[in-house]
Design a protein around this ligand. Structure first.
Ligand SMILES: Nc1nc2c(ncn2[C@@H]2O[C@H](COP(=O)(O)OP(=O)(O)OP(=O)(O)O)[C@@H](O)[C@H]2O)c(=O)[nH]1
Ligand SMILES: [Zn+2]
Length: 201
């Protein structure tokens, strides 16, 4: 299973130049029927490419680098570690419009723990690529499993897909929930513990 896409699927020598990317945006501006020469749009191609660099910066990062640093001195703590309500913004790979949601990521340590911010960074890396929610859910779980070899990983994403709100079926407010459970979290009892903690306010 190719759960984790290569950091850069597009080899450097095949990557279009910045100028070519800006020219593509210019074409889209003309295609939607606006005038790219007017003042407000003159710098839009370069702005869009700059924004894409930021929003799709996840291709430049390898989660294994982020997750390489772990800690062993936790006084034998071996219970669930859950970081919940991690805001993320991604883009659906079908329409390239936003997916906006929250990630809840837990693991059961085995000898080692992760820096908490690293979990957030991993969510961010995968969010900053073109995604389906299912792929992103699986990728986060696999990255933590591979790097930490914990007793189990649980990932839940809850998100709204703008491709269903702004276009197509045009339904605001529907939420899609996806989960991936590995190791001990395949047991019902641990799954319930995870969902109870996620929902507890
Ligand atoms: N499984 C899954 N589907 C998604 C995700 N994001 C968007 N989609 C769906 O991808 C599908 C693409 O369907 P197509 O029929 O190829 O494209 P479309 O004609 O634009 O589809 P409509 O959105 O129904 O208008 C749609 O049903 C979207 O709702 C996602 O993260 N996971
Ligand atoms: Zn979509």
């Amino acid at each position: 299973m190719d759960a984790i896409a290569p950091a850069t699927a597009n080899p450097a020598d095949e990557r279009p130049s910045r100028e070519e990317a800006e020219a593509a945006v210019l074409t889209l501006l003309k295609w939607i029927g606006d005038d790219p020469a007017r003042e407000g749009l003159r710098e839009t191609p370069s702005r869009v490419v700059k924004a894409y660099e930021e929003m799709f910066g996840g291709y430049e990062n390898d989660p294994a680098d982020i997750l390489g640093r772990t800690f062993e001195e936790v006084a034998g703590y071996d219970d669930i570690v859950l970081v919940r309500d991690i805001d993320f913004h991604s883009h659906c790979e079908h329409h390239m419009v936003p997916i906006i949601g929250k990630a809840h990521v837990a693991y059961l340590p085995h000898d080692r723990v992760l820096g908490l911010s690293k979990i957030v960074r991993v969510v961010d890396i995968f969010a900053r690529r073109l995604q389906t929610q299912e792929t992103m859910t699986a990728q986060i779980a696999t990255a933590i499993d591979d790097a930490l070899a914990p007793r189990g990983v649980a990932v839940m994403l809850e998100a709204e897909h703008m491709c269903m709100a702004m276009r197509g079926v045009r339904k605001n407010g529907s939420t899609t929930i996806t989960t991936r459970f590995t190791g001990s979290f395949e047991d019902q009892a641990w799954q319930s513990r995870f969902t109870d903690l996620v929902r507890q306010r």
